[in-house]
Design a protein. Structure first.
Length: 208
């Protein structure tokens, strides 16, 4: 686990620390067993608190999953906002690909289960709406950053609303390959996969 999600035992009265412990426990459960096995009791056990304490912070496991996703997406958004635009599109993508890979490794395989339960049941809960909003905000920042990086080099990005969605999906696909080691079966090093993918994405979104 990374430094932002290491489960701990927070001192009594530290509400923010307690919330971090709960989220760290939930993320660990998701990695180990997936969304279907995630329970408030299990989260509580991993965080060293009672189930009642967990409910003081979150209304249910759907809300916990949303908070975990938001935490990861917020980090990606901040990196996109702060990254040096002069390094070019491919290099910008290489800056965020490790974060997207980590997001996919920790939460990605649970996302489809969560979507099937929460998003596909008709009326969307406030948690589902919040999750969608976080995702859209990151895509907006991704689009803006890519356009600014292109402009720094005298390039122009294709004007199409599908562009940030396609770039995001392409990065997720690359992350999945890195995690499963698909390309390595062909004796292709991960570094080469990253280089090829990010340069290919850059070429595909520029106006010729």
């Amino acid at each position: 686990m990374d430094a932002t999600t290491e489960p701990g035992r927070t001192a009594w009265g530290d509400a923010e620390g307690r919330r971090r412990d709960i989220l760290a426990s939930a993320e660990h459960l998701l990695q180990e067993s997936g969304y279907a096995a995630l329970t408030m009791r299990g989260i509580a056990a991993g965080a060293g608190v009672s189930a009642g304490t967990v409910y003081q912070y979150f209304g249910g496991k759907e809300e916990v999953f949303v908070a975990l996703t938001a935490q990861r997406l917020d980090h990606i958004e901040r990196v996109l906002a702060d990254v040096d635009r002069t390094i070019g599109i491919a290099a910008v993508l290489r800056e965020i690909l490790p974060l997207i890979t980590e997001l996919w490794r920790r939460l990605g395989r649970s996302a489809s289960q969560w979507e099937a339960k929460v998003l596909a049941e008709g009326r969307r809960s406030k948690d589902a709406i919040a999750s969608i909003t976080d995702y859209r905000r990151v895509l907006h920042q991704l689009d803006q950053t890519l356009r600014e990086a292109a402009a720094e080099r005298g390039q122009t990005v294709i004007d199409d609303p599908v562009l940030p969605h396609w770039v995001w999906d392409a990065l997720i696909g690359t992350a999945d390959d890195l995690l499963l080691g698909g390309s390595q079966q062909g004796r292709i090093k991960p570094e080469r996969v990253v280089e090829f993918a990010t340069e290919a994405i850059e070429r595909s979104i520029l106006v010729r």
